[in-house]
Design a protein around this ligand. Structure first.
Ligand code: SF4
Length: 321
C-alpha cells in the first residue's frame, strides 16, 4: 500500500543575523492511512517546524522550505498554490495546537468558529454548518453542546477549549490530523481524557494522526510508530513497542529514562545539557556533547541512518556494521 503522506528529504531553513540554518534537515518519513505516528523530541528539535512545513504555514521570511517533497495522495503539497493549500487545510489535513486560546478567535462564538470552515470549504449552508458544529461538539463529549455552541472561548475551561479545538479540527472529516503538544497545557486527569478522546475519534473516522510531543508517556498510549527527532534530524524510527523495549539511540534512551512511571517518587533523570541552537550546531553527531557513549569518531562525522533491525532505523555510529 502507498503511504498517505510521504515526506521526502524535507529541509526547512530559517535565516537570522547569525546566518541561515536548517531547522528541519533532510527529513524523510512516510505515514499510512489510519496510522498514529508520534514525532518526539525536546523543544527546538524541529518537530513543530516539520508540522508547519506540511501545512504550508512556515512564516516566510524568516523561514522557507528549501528542499524536498511532501506528497499527499501522490500530489506534492509544495507545488500547490495558496488556494489549493487552503483547500487541503480546510478539507484533508487539520491541526490541533498546543494552546487553544491562541488558535481560537476570541471575538467569535464557538459555533461560528466551527461552522465557518464548513461553509467555506465544504459548501454547507449557514444553518447546516451551525447544526454540524453542534454535532461536532457533541462528538467530543461536550455536555449541553447547544448552549456551549453559543459561548465565547474565554468563557470555557482549558479542557473544554481543547475539546472545541478538536471538534473544529475534526468537523471537516480530515484524512490527517496533526496535533502539536495537544495536552501540555492541561492538568493530568484532563490530559488523559483528551488523549482517550483523540484515540477514539481518529479510530472511528479512520483518520491518521501525527502526534507531536516531548512526552513519551503520551506516546505509549497513542502511537503505533515513533520518530525521534534531535537537532533537525530524525535520529530513530521504529514501532512503539521496539522503542520502549529496546531504544537504540542514546538520546531516546535518555528521554525514556526521564519519563516518570505511575506512582514514581524517584527524581527523574533529565538528559544533561540542551538542544543546540540551529545556528550553532556541533560538528559530527549533533548529540555528541550530551552523549554518555560518545567516542572519538562522533565529534568528527555525522552518522547516517543505520538499520540494525528490520524496520528500526537509528542515526548513531554505535550501530555501524
Ligand atoms: Fe552518541 Fe556517538 Fe551515537 Fe552520537 S553517534 S549518539 S555521540 S554514540
Amino acid at each position: 500500500t502507498k503511504p498517505l503522506l510521504d515526506i521526502d528529504k524535507l529541509t526547512t531553513c530559517f535565516s537570522s543575523h547569525q546566518g541561515i540554518a536548517k531547522a528541519v534537515d533532510t527529513v524523510s518519513l512516510s505515514f499510512m492511512q489510519g496510522e498514529t505516528l508520534a514525532i518526539v523530541g525536546e523543544s527546538g528539535c524541529g518537530k513543530t517546524v516539520l508540522a508547519l512545513s506540511i501545512l504550508g504555514l512556515i512564516p516566510d521570511p524568516p523561514g522557507r522550505v528549501t528542499e524536498g517533497r511532501i506528497l499527499y495522495r501522490g500530489k506534492d503539497l509544495l507545488d500547490m498554490s495558496d488556494t489549493e493549500l487552503m483547500q487541503v487545510r480546510g478539507n484533508h489535513i487539520s491541526m490541533i495546537f498546543q494552546e487553544p486560546m491562541t488558535a481560537l478567535n476570541p471575538v467569535f462564538r464557538v459555533n461560528d468558529q466551527i461552522a465557518e470552515p464548513l461553509r467555506l470549504h465544504q459548501g454547507f449552508s449557514k444553518k447546516e454548518a451551525l447544526d454540524k458544529a453542534v454535532d461536532a461538539l457533541n462528538m467530543v463529549g461536550i455536555p449541553n453542546p447547544t448552549a456551549i455552541a453559543k459561548t465565547y472561548p474565554h468563557e470555557l475551561s482549558g479542557g473544554m477549549r481543547q475539546r472545541v479545538m478538536i471538534a473544529m479540527a475534526l468537523a471537516c472529516n480530515p484524512d490527517i490530523l496533526i496535533a502539536d503538544e495537544p495536552t501540555t497545557a492541561l492538568d493530568v486527569t484532563i490530559q488523559a481524557q483528551i488523549i482517550d478522546l483523540m484515540n477514539d475519534l481518529t479510530e472511528k473516522m479512520h483518520s491518521s494522526l501525527m502526534l507531536i510531543t516531548h512526552d513519551l508517556g503520551v506516546v505509549a498510549r497513542m502511537a503505533q510508530r515513533v520518530a525521534v527527532m534531535y537537532s533537525g534530524k530524525v535520529v530513530e524510527l521504529a514501532d512503539v513497542n521496539s522503542i520502549y523495549a529496546k531504544p537504540l539511540h542514546p538520546y531516546t534512551q535518555g528521554l525514556l529514562a526521564s519519563v516518570p512511571t505511575l506512582g514514581d517518587t524517584q527524581r527523574l533523570n533529565p538528559i544533561p545539557g540542551i538542544v543546540p541552537s540551529i545556528f550553532n550546531r556541533p560538528q559530527g553527531c549533533r548529540f555528541h556533547p550530551r552523549c554518555p557513549k560518545a567516542y572519538q569518531k562522533c565529534s568528527l562525522m555525522l552518522p547516517p541512518l543505520f538499520e540494525p533491525e528490520p524496520g528500526h532505523t537509528v542515526r548513531c555510529w554505535l550501530y555501524e556494521e
